[in-house]
Design a protein around this ligand. Sequence first.
Ligand SMILES: Cc1cc2nc3c(=O)[nH]c(=O)nc-3n(C[C@H](O)[C@H](O)[C@H](O)COP(=O)(O)O)c2cc1C
Length: 250
Amino acid sequence: MDRERLGKHRYFLKTTIREQIDISDNDQNKGIPMPELQKPVKDGQQVFDLVPVKDLEELSTMSLTAAIGERRTRRKFDPDHTMSLDELSYLLWATQGVRKNAGTSVFRTVPSAGNRHAFESYLAVFSVEGLRPGIYRYLPIDHRLVLEREVDDLREKVNTASKGQIFVGGGSVAFIWAAVPYRMEWRYTLAAHKSILLDAGHICQNLYLASEALGYGTCAIGNYSQELADELIDVDGKEEFVVYMAPVGK
Ligand SMILES: Cc1cc2nc3c(=O)[nH]c(=O)nc-3n(C[C@H](O)[C@H](O)[C@H](O)COP(=O)(O)O)c2cc1C
């Protein structure tokens, strides 16, 4: 790759765009209503209660220091292990859970530029207590799960969507984070995209630490097929698309 082309593409990592455009010329200041904070549940979709966070405090006794110190990427998972709903509830809370709901401002366990939180969390559930295998979506504001679709040969489809990285479909569950860019663009216009990716890092790091704390392991996945991953969770690839994945297993 020639260095000039590489250099041009680096603009994306910088904040220079904020000096070149007027971010205040955004949809928020035009009075266009704030985009929804969480995609709604469709009529007829099955919704599942998760375990309240207050009941999960005993789940891990590992110190934060140990979780940080022992964190590493793990790629060998036991496909026969079933994750409990308590454990899944904890991981969802750690990655996108709500810590303070002030109506239009909903604060989570992870930071987000302008508190815009542009992600939807999908799960490929392979083996979780009380849940049929399928694609689910977390509803952070309700701390519930919605079943999006049941998929035949789910493990194989996840492996194919992650370009043959066969451990991705080998755990108990795979997290699949999809960005809804307009949630961030509504305020930050062309500066939104850098922030979306920075936000993704916080989410996945919390998954690493929470997984370690529960005796599980995870692996950040940035190498996946855009088309197949979007197809798997049934999003349009324009207003919503996959940006990051992470399997979790014993
Ligand atoms: C943004 C990002 C994308 C990654 N994508 C992949 C991936 O597609 N496949 C994989 O096996 N590991 C992936 N990894 C894991 C890295 O290979 C791993 O973090 C690195 O080797 C350092 O190891 P450690 O996490 O144990 O410290 C990714 C990590 C990050 C942060």
